[in-house]
Design a protein around this ligand. Structure first.
Ligand code: KG4
Ligand code: ZN
Length: 353
């Protein structure tokens, strides 16, 4: 097992190209040396959502310049790299292939091994890069644009699914309701901003599966309820938009908080880790902090800029997997990306709770 190493991480699963360098030393948690990110948001904005083919082409354009910048900022050169990690899935196939192809080409050219990383494991372990890192075991609330899951996390690579969304993800609920209010893409941050000026109690919106007795989520009904409300308002929507945004955000936040508390109670754990793009939502953080403080639960978040997709979390996840001995780096550069890849497949324990 390698003890001291420099890990380059490349993220290209969706609409951000992220590259980062992480340094690992025996007996210590890996630390971030440098990172660079290019967001494609502006490019996709004209289309109201991510256009996969444009995403792939843009990753190709960005990934090497970003890599050069990261190395320069860290005062390192390609020859210093020990391992190259990339996001293997889940995500857009063409976009994933860019990161995988570049990582394997770099590895082969440098004679260094590579590692394919699960994107959600990157999110899950991203709080370890924060100033207030968690300790195992904990409950993880993974809330991104594509996933909403509660996991029990016992160690690196030991993840058990407690519950997940049966339809839309939390980020998707933000994005879709924002879109039908004419707030553009990505809707989450825009809706959150508008909600600050609104009354969260203005509209009574459904809290799907709030009392379902399990740890699953459902957000599709909320979207329909917001659409119905918007239609009812008609012309009047313009002046009630902030209220509708605040009410929508409140519904999503309440469900996420209640379900997280349910998972903590069921597992008896007293630590909660929040990860993924929606983890940047300030109302969610406020509500979780309040609820958890009352129950003696510690909550950990990634730094704000590491909530959404980035290369640091991929380099970190790879470094932690290597340190923990749950995955070896390989010089078999025959990469296969996994556009669909349940996180629970990484670790055997079956669904619990
Ligand atoms: O983790 P992420 O960058 O990408 C995926 O892996 O899906 O998450 C992106 C999602 C989008 O749905 C976006 O609208 C949402 O995170 N998001 C937010 C906020 N910032 C990003 N949702 C609510 N409030 C925010 N401040
Ligand atoms: Zn993500």
């Amino acid at each position: 097992m390698v003890h001291n190493f420099l890990m380059l991480g490349i993220e290209s699963s969706c609409d951000e190209t992220g590259v980062a360098l992480v340094k690992a030393q025996a007996g210590h948690r890996p630390v971030l040396c440098a990172q660079a990110l290019h967001s494609q948001i502006e490019m996709h904005q004209a289309y109201g959502g991510v256009v996969p083919e444009l995403a792939s082409r843009d990753h190709i354009r960005r990934v090497l310049p970003l890599t050069r910048r990261v190395l320069a900022n860290a005062g390192a050169s390609l020859a210093d790299l020990d391992v190259v990690a990339f996001t293997r899935g889940p995500g857009l196939a063409g976009a994933l292939l860019v990161g995988a192809g570049v990582a394997c080409a770099l590895g082969a050219a440098l004679g260094k091994p590579v590692m394919g990383v699960h994107h959600l494991e990157g999110h899950l372990l991203s709080p370890f890069l924060s100033a207030d890192p968690p300790e195992f075991p904990f409950v993880a609330l993974l809330v991104s644009g594509g996933h909403t899951q509660l996991m029990r996390v016992d160690a690196v690579g030991r993840y058990a699914l407690l519950g997940e969304t049966i339809d839309d993800a939390a980020g998707e609920a933000f994005d879709k309701t924002a879109k039908l209010m004419g707030l553009g893409y990505p809707g989450g941050p825009a809706l959150a901003r508008l909600a600050e000026q609104g009354d969260a109690a203005a509209f009574a919106l459904p809290r799907p599966l709030l009392h379902s007795g399990n740890h699953d989520f459902s957000f599709a009904g909320l979207k329909t309820a917001v659409l119905t409300q918007a239609k009812k308002l008609g012309e009047g929507l313009a002046e009630r938009k902030a209220d509708l945004a605040a009410s929508t955000q409140a519904a999503i936040v309440e469900v996420l908080v209640k379900k997280s508390l349910g998972a903590l109670q069921a597992t008896g754990l007293t630590r909660l880790v929040v990860a993924g793009g929606v983890g940047a939502n300030r109302q969610l953080r406020l509500a979780l902090d309040n609820a958890c403080r009352q129950r003696g639960v510690r909550v950990h978040y990634p730094e704000f800029d590491l909530c959404t997709d980035n290369g640091a979390m991929i380099a970190m996840a790879a470094a932690m997997r290597l340190q923990a001995g749950v995955q070896a780096a390989t010089t078999a550069y025959a990469f296969d990306v996994k556009p669909r890849w349940p996180l629970a497949d990484l670790a055997a324990p079956a669904r619990v709770g």
